[in-house]
Write a protein that binds this ligand. Structure first.
Ligand SMILES: CC(C)(COP(=O)(O)OP(=O)(O)OC[C@H]1O[C@@H](n2cnc3c(N)ncnc32)[C@H](O)[C@@H]1OP(=O)(O)O)[C@@H](O)C(=O)NCCC(=O)NCCS
Length: 179
């Protein structure tokens, strides 16, 4: 097997949705999909970087349609971006009706994984080589999401730190809109 990280920029995993994954309505439990997503993100990032990695953030996990028991679900993951110690892993989820042989796109989400050393401290990961048009597009989109994540984190912190102040501002806006 090659030791070049560039050979390990993507990973696919296919899992059959079995009855023990079902929720009370008979569809696949969201938590079962989340667990698989985290396993795929871990495997993709750990194999690419050759390091132990941890999950730092998860974005855009949206269940817009249910996944059914009996479907074959494929997780197509790729390393979209590397920082110093972090990697964005994009995961496209597709569900296949086995007998009908039809496939549908269920969601695409993004995990940020960080390489860590034995003491749990961030560790440098190999810089991603950008070669193809698709890789350039993914890298640029991941750069934008990295910026959005920082913005969201900053605003969330502001909300947690000054809830009363922000509520008062909001109330003023709402009261004015009634005039
Ligand atoms: C991941 C961890 C080691 C980072 O430690 P830290 O002290 O924040 O380190 P840094 O500030 O140097 O950040 C390290 C990297 O994480 C990235 N990062 C930190 N917070 C982030 C966030 N909220 N979203 C996305 N990336 C983030 C930084 O951008 C940095 O990336 P870079 O090195 O590519 O520039 C630490 O937060 C941790 O141990 N978290 C727990 C992880 C875990 O246990 N996950 C499973 C939960 S059950």
């Amino acid at each position: 097997m090659s030791s070049n990280p560039e050979s390990f920029k993507s990973l696919a995993m296919t899992v059959l949705m079995t009855p023990e994954m079902a929720n009370f309505s008979g569809h696949v439990h969201g938590g079962a999909i989340l667990r698989l997503l985290d396993q795929v993100a871990y495997s993709c990032a750990a194999r690419y970087s050759g390091s132990y990695v941890v999950t730092v953030s998860v974005d855009q996990v949206m269940f817009r349609q249910p996944v059914h028991v009996g479907e074959l679900v494929t997780f197509l993951s790729s390393i979209n971006y590397t920082g110093k110690s972090s990697m964005e892993v994009g995961i496209r989820v597709e569900a296949e009706q086995i007998r009908e042989r039809t496939r549908r796109h269920v969601m695409t989400c993004y995990f940020t994984m960080v390489g860590v050393d034995e003491s749990g401290k961030p560790k440098a990961v190999p810089a991603l080589g950008i070669e193809t048009q698709a890789e350039r597009r993914r890298w640029a989109a991941a750069q934008l999401r990295r910026g959005f994540r920082k913005e969201v984190e900053k605003h969330s912190l502001e909300i947690r730190q000054n809830p009363e102040e922000l509520y008062a501002e909001m109330k003023e806006t709402i009261d004015h809109s009634k005039d």
